[in-house]
Every structure is written in structure tokens, then in C-alpha cells.
Write a protein that binds this ligand. Structure first.
Ligand code: MLT
Length: 393
């Protein structure tokens, strides 16, 4: 039986995938944790936790390095909410360009007028806006969301510039050839009418849109932030709006300071909040948790490498989280060899400071041998997964 803690509301579609071998628990030590935006920094974890999956893309609410050190796999759901966020970005572009919200609010305020139609035709000029077609937009970050945004802006006949020094091959394949490649962040900010941010919040991206950059922005530029609030600093936004360099800041991450500022469009973190995206994220997150607990396979991890050997159905499988240092694999296999354990299949993958090793053995491995492996310098977690023969119809 596997115990799962659910720290947020995860769509039922995902929870339905937890079979009778799973229980959702509040109190029992958990094997896996599912969450959305709840912050895990400073949270005490049960020793039993092996995997954590966030139903969403950003993982800045999870101490991923600290958990990697404890041999805990952290997964996210890249791409699962990309379409929802893309649609919200397009809405953000329109909201920053057309005074629709102001117009709607004003229209409501004249409901008791004798002839509202006459007043509307007289006053509507106050709410005139700008068109997107032909304008320049810089898309910073070309992951799953950035690529969809860039392609959709092209379809709206905008002039699109893409900036991403770390673009993946997959993203590059998905990007319209009409999106122009820009390698200089300052230039893209200086030349574009709109900038939209699609990078994760990590040490390297914190406050990346500096006050200095905003001061050199094209006059009247509109900035959209559907990634994370920490990519910009509130005081820099305030100064840039006051100087007129920025004419609008659209953010999905309002705070007290931003809520009180003029020309800031505050959306209450709704980018990924659609039924479809919540289902996609939950299904992907639960699938990653199940794959890891049942088969030891790592999918969509942000702190360990992708690594899989298919279903664990005929032999015991060792799942080993270790440091990415020389000689780990040779030490593990030597100990198995000395205990006369034959290795049937093996895979080792690494990512940054961490590596993961899967070993299927011909027969059981005794506790003494497992302890010898556990005590090696660099082993962070070892678990044995017993085979679960598949029922074939
Ligand atoms: C994300 O990181 O993908 C979003 O913040 C998800 C969410 O809204 O929970």
C-alpha cells in the first residue's frame, strides 16, 4: 500500500488514477506528495517520502536541491498547462492594448442614464486602444509556454523576437520559422513594444528585468509576467511606469504594492486555472508519482535525471539515488558481485550533482548486501521494488 499526501486541490481526474493500492492520507507517513502552489520551504517531511510531484510548471515553492540531497525525486508537469497560460497571455496582450475592462466598468456605471446608447457613442473615444498586428513582441524564454505564445503572436501577425540561450531541441522544432532569434536581452527590451516573460524563477533569473533595463526600454513598452513575480522588482516597475518607459505591467502575481499602482493589470494567478489544464497537470503528476513508486522510473524530474527501464514485473529492482561522482556504479556492482547477485539489466543516468541507478537482479538481494550499498559514500537513497506480475488477459 502506498500513502499519498495531497497538499492542494488536485483535479479528480488525476486522483482517480490512484488504484486500490493507494490511500490518500493526512496523518500516515507518506510515500508521495502531490501539490500545486503550497509552499514546502521549511516544511518537515516524513522519512518515508520518496517522490513529490507539482501539478504545474514552476517549482520555486519546493526546495528541490535540499530534497535531492535526501534522495527525494521532485517532478513537475512541463507543458501540461501551456495552452491555458498561452491563452491568458493573449488575453493579457489585449487587456494591455484595449481599454476593455475600463470600458465595461464605465458601461455598468451608466445603466441608469436615460439614453445610454447616446452617451456611449459620445464617450467611447476615452477607451480607444491599439492593435497587436504589426507590433514587435519579445518572448523571453522559449519553453513549452513561450513557444506557444510566440507562434500565436505570429498568427496575429505580430513581429516576434524569441530570446532563450538554453532553448531545447524540442522547443526549437516547435517554434515557427518566422520567429526571429534574438541573442541579446537588452536589445530585445530596447526594441519591442511588448515583452512577455516565460522563464522559471531561479537564482539566475531573479530580478532579471532590472530597473536599468526598464529605463532603456522602448518608450511605452508593455510588460507581461505570467511566469513568477520575482523576475522583476516592484520598485523598478513603479519607476518605469512613472517615467513612461513602461505604459502597462500585466502580472499574474499581484502583491500589496502592485495592487495599489496605476497601469498595473493584476490577475489573481489564473494563468493555469482552466478545467482542462488542471486535469492535464493532475494526470501527469499522478502518472510520475506512480511510475516512480511502482517501477522506480523517473519522469519529468527537476532534480534527478530521466531514467526508466519499463515496468518492474519479473525481477526485484534496486532504485538508487546517488551523487554524480566517479566510481559509484563500480562500487555498487562490486558489492553485488561479492554477494553472488547477478545483474540482469542496469541503467545509470546523471543530471548536475545527482545520478540515479536502476538495477534489475536475478533473485533477491539480502539485507546485509543492501546495507553495504547504503553505507557507501555518495548513496542518498536505496529502495528495493518487488516485481508486480502484470495480469494479461
Ligand atoms: C505553474 O507554475 O505552472 C502555475 O503556477 C500553476 C498553477 O497555477 O498552479
Amino acid at each position: 500500500m502506498f500513502h499519498i499526501k495531497n497538499l492542494n486541490n488536485i483535479s479528480e481526474k488525476g486522483l482517480e488514477m490512484l488504484t486500490s493500492e493507494y490511500t490518500i492520507t493526512k496523518d500516515a507517513p507518506a510515500d508521495g506528495i502531490l501539490l500545486r502552489s503550497c509552499t514546502m520551504h521549511g516544511m518537515a517531511l516524513d522519512d518515508s517520502v520518496k517522490v513529490i510531484a507539482r501539478a504545474g510548471a514552476g517549482v520555486n515553492n519546493i526546495p528541490i536541491e535540499e530534497y535531492a540531497e535526501q534522495g527525494i525525486i521532485v517532478c513537475n508537469t512541463p507543458g501540461a498547462n501551456a495552452n491555458a497560460v498561452k491563452e491568458m497571455v493573449i488575453l493579457g496582450l489585449l487587456l494591455s492594448s484595449r481599454k476593455v475592462v475600463q470600458g465595461i466598468n464605465w458601461a455598468k456605471s451608466i445603466k441608469d442614464e436615460e439614453d445610454p446608447m447616446k452617451l456611449i457613442e459620445k464617450e467611447k473615444n476615452r477607451f480607444a486602444g491599439l492593435e497587436l498586428t504589426g507590433k514587435k513582441i519579445g518572448v523571453i524564454g522559449l519553453g513549452a509556454i513561450g513557444v506557444l505564445v510566440a507562434n500565436t503572436c505570429r498568427a496575429l501577425r505580430m513581429e516576434v523576437y524569441g530570446y532563450d540561450p538554453f532553448i531545447s531541441v524540442n522547443s526549437a522544432w516547435g517554434l515557427s520559422y518566422k520567429v526571429k532569434r534574438e541573442q541579446n536581452l537588452d536589445r530585445i527590451i530596447e526594441e519591442c513594444d511588448y515583452i512577455t516573460l516565460h522563464v522559471p524563477l531561479i537564482d539566475q533569473t531573479k530580478s532579471m528585468i532590472t530597473g536599468e533595463r526598464l529605463m532603456r526600454a522602448k518608450k511605452g513598452m508593455k510588460l507581461l509576467n505570467f511566469s513568477r513575480g520575482g523576475l522583476v522588482r516592484d520598485e523598478d516597475i513603479k519607476s518605469a511606469l512613472e517615467s513612461g518607459n513602461l505604459s502597462s505591467y500585466v502580472t499574474d502575481f499581484p502583491n500589496k504594492a502592485l495592487l495599489g499602482m496605476d497601469d498595473v493589470i493584476c490577475i489573481p494567478h489564473l494563468g493555469a486555472s482552466t478545467a482542462e489544464s488542471e486535469e492535464n497537470c493532475a494526470v501527469m503528476a499522478v502518472n510520475s508519482v506512480r511510475e516512480y513508486l511502482e517501477n522506480g522510473n523517473i519522469l519529468n524530474s527537476v532534480n534527478y535525471p530521466e531514467c526508466g527501464m519499463g515496468p518492474c514485473e519479473s525481477r526485484p529492482r534496486l532504485s538508487i539515488c546517488n551523487r554524480n561522482v566517479p566510481n559509484m556504479v563500480s562500487q555498487i556492482t562490486r558489492i553485488l558481485g561479492e554477494s553472488c547477485v547477478n545483474i540482469a539489466e542496469m541503467k545509470n543516468q546523471s543530471k548536475g550533482n545527482y545520478a540515479y541507478t536502476l538495477i534489475d537482479t536475478d533473485g533477491d538481494v539480502d539485507e546485509e548486501t543492501l546495507e553495504k550499498i547504503r553505507s557507501l559514500n555518495g548513496i542518498l537513497k536505496l529502495r528495493v521494488i518487488q516485481p508486480r506480475p502484470r495480469i494479461r488477459c
